[in-house]
Design a protein around this ligand. Structure first.
Ligand SMILES: [Zn+2]
Length: 309
């Protein structure tokens, strides 16, 4: 028998968490350096942490805003998947499509558009991670292929911003076929001698890495982006070896010669423009900006000002 009897204390309810007085969504905590950043400051800094340079993931439209000078023309906005396999996992694919469309305002995981990048007319495809992990199904494949063909026909340079978990399993082999289709179109672009810059953002994996993401004349990655084919866990289990530090991150891949450059998002546009110019892209003639030709035979028009009384 024990000398002392321990009376069981009832489990105390957790002290009520202090309610924050800051309205939700005003501040964002950097996952890297834990700095609290004012949301608007983050937006003006292209969603890069001002303290440590952590690159937050951004949406497809936001990405186009950082690249294009102003307005852009979007193509194939209304292409949607028909759910060819009538696929259901934890929930029907059709329901997933609907939910993603409601969340992002897009019909699938990519926006393809044309516009000017620092005066250079170009075609840009930008992937949206929030739409089923930026996965590549038939719609993504078709939109990117059409974008490449538009670039080839219009003799325009091409930029693809990759952000994807890979091929879309809900469309099975049909999504895998997109890899070959896109690569075929890129080969045509190459034969036309037109530049293609691939921008690899966090994450670029699976079938996207295994096809167009690695086929750029220049493959540029954002800092610390996860870029790879299979995930590190799968590789570790297969080769039964511990993987090195920083494996499948941009800097590691640059060191090993898998990619050409690692560029801060805030410098990305300038680097792309320089690369495109180097590869022969031309800026639009500045006809609209040039001063109007003044003929000297006639006196210049002087605005008449009504005399004030
Ligand atoms: Zn930070």
């Amino acid at each position: 028998m024990a000398w002392f009897k321990k009376t069981k204390k009832p489990i105390a309810a957790k002290a009520k968490e202090k309610t924050s007085r800051v309205p939700e969504g005003l501040w964002v905590k950097c996952p890297d350096c834990a700095q609290a950043i004012y949301n608007k400051d983050l937006a003006t800094n292209q969603h890069v942490c001002p303290k440590c340079g952590h690159h937050f993931r951004i949406g497809a439209a936001e990405r186009l805003r950082t690249l294009f000078d102003g307005e852009w023309m979007e193509y194939d906005k209304d292409l949607t998947s028909t759910d060819p396999l009538a696929f259901t996992d934890t929930k029907p694919y059709k329901a997933r499509l609907k939910a993603s469309a409601a969340a992002t305002g897009l019909k699938d995981a990519v926006i393809t558009a044309s516009g000017a990048i620092d005066g250079i007319d170009a075609i840009v495809a930008s992937m949206e991670y929030e739409f089923i992990g930026g996965s590549m199904g038939v719609v993504v494949g078709e939109k990117i292929t059409r974008a490449i063909e538009r670039a080839a026909d219009g003799k325009l340079p091409l930029v693809i911003v990759c952000c994807s978990g890979g091929a879309r399993m809900m469309e099975g082999a049909l999504s895998l076929m997109q890899m070959a289709k896109i690569c075929g179109a890129l080969a045509r672009l190459d034969r036309e001698g037109l530049p293609y810059v691939a921008v690899l953002t966090d994450p670029t994996t699976g079938g996207v890495t295994a096809s167009f993401a690695m086929l750029g004349d220049l493959n540029i990655a954002e800092p610390k982006a996860l870029i790879g084919f299979a995930g590190p866990r799968v590789i570790e289990q297969t080769i039964r070896q511990k993987l090195p530090e920083g494996f499948q991150r941009s800097e590691f891949l640059l060191e090993k010669g898998m990619i050409d450059l690692v560029i801060d998002r805030r410098e990305m546009k300038t680097v792309i423009v320089n690369a495109l110019m180097f590869m022969g892209a031309k800026r639009k003639p500045l006809a609209t900006v040039a001063p109007p030709v003044v003929t000297t035979s006639e006196p210049p028009l002087v605005p008449t000002i009504a005399p004030s009384t």
